[in-house]
Structures are given as structure tokens and as C-alpha cells.
Design a binder for this molecule. Sequence first.
Ligand SMILES: [Zn+2]
Ligand SMILES: [Zn+2]
Length: 150
Amino acid sequence: MDIPQELRKLGLKATLPRLRILQLFQESKSKHLSADDVYRLLHDEHIDMGLATVYRVLMQFADAGILIRRQFEAVASVFELNEGGHHDHLICTNCGKMEEFFDHAIEQRQEAVAAERNFVLHQHSLSLYGLCGDCAASIKPMAAKKPRRL
Ligand SMILES: [Zn+2]
Ligand SMILES: [Zn+2]
């Protein structure tokens, strides 16, 4: 993605902090960053942008379709680069780690479920909550506890 050109197309000035914010998303291992994460990463690089401004810039990017805003349960909104393709998420409720997945069978089932009920599907988001492998290993007692049958 040619970021400066993208920004100009959207009528947004390609200021250094704006460019840096988008680079952070490209460099980030987790790919999903909250306004707070971005604020702290900028701060580490001595880029002084207030949290409210960071949030406003992220929302501008989201409105422009460069970023996607995700709202998961019990965590602050996170943003990720809009790379075009669809994916769903696994969220660790202990450390906040987010992983992406795409499962063809699930996608097909969802479409079938909607079609069987005469729904015209526009979009969907599937979020799976639980413990990531690292947390499951370190929180032994909880992980060992059998899931309660309802
Ligand atoms: Zn975890
Ligand atoms: Zn994602």
C-alpha cells in the first residue's frame, strides 16, 4: 500500500504522525491495536500526540476505509488495517491476544443458515473467546477445570 498516496486520495494531509500511525499497524505483530496502544507506541518514539487526537485520527482512517474498527467484548475498541479480505477472530480473555482465522466450512454454514431463514446476509463477525495457548498453559488450575455443562 502506498500510504502517502492513499492519504492524499482521501484528502488527508500525509503528516508525519499520520504516516507513522499507519506504519505501526503494518509493523505490529498483533495487527490489532487500540488507541491506547498507538498512543503508547508513538510516545515511545517521542511523538507527542494526545490520546484524543490519536483516537480521532484512527476514526478518520476507519471512516476512510483504511482501518477497520472492531468492538470485542470486555476490551477497548481495536483497529486493524483493512486488507480487503474477510476474517474472524479468536480473543484471549486473559492477555488480550487476538488471532485471525478464516474457515471455509464456517463461512458456508453461516450463509446457509441465513439463506434457510430468508436473510440476505450483508456481513458478519464471529468472535471466539477463551484462553490462548500460553495463558492456558500458565493458568493451570483454571485450564484444568472442566467446562461446566449447562
Ligand atoms: Zn492469552
Ligand atoms: Zn483482524
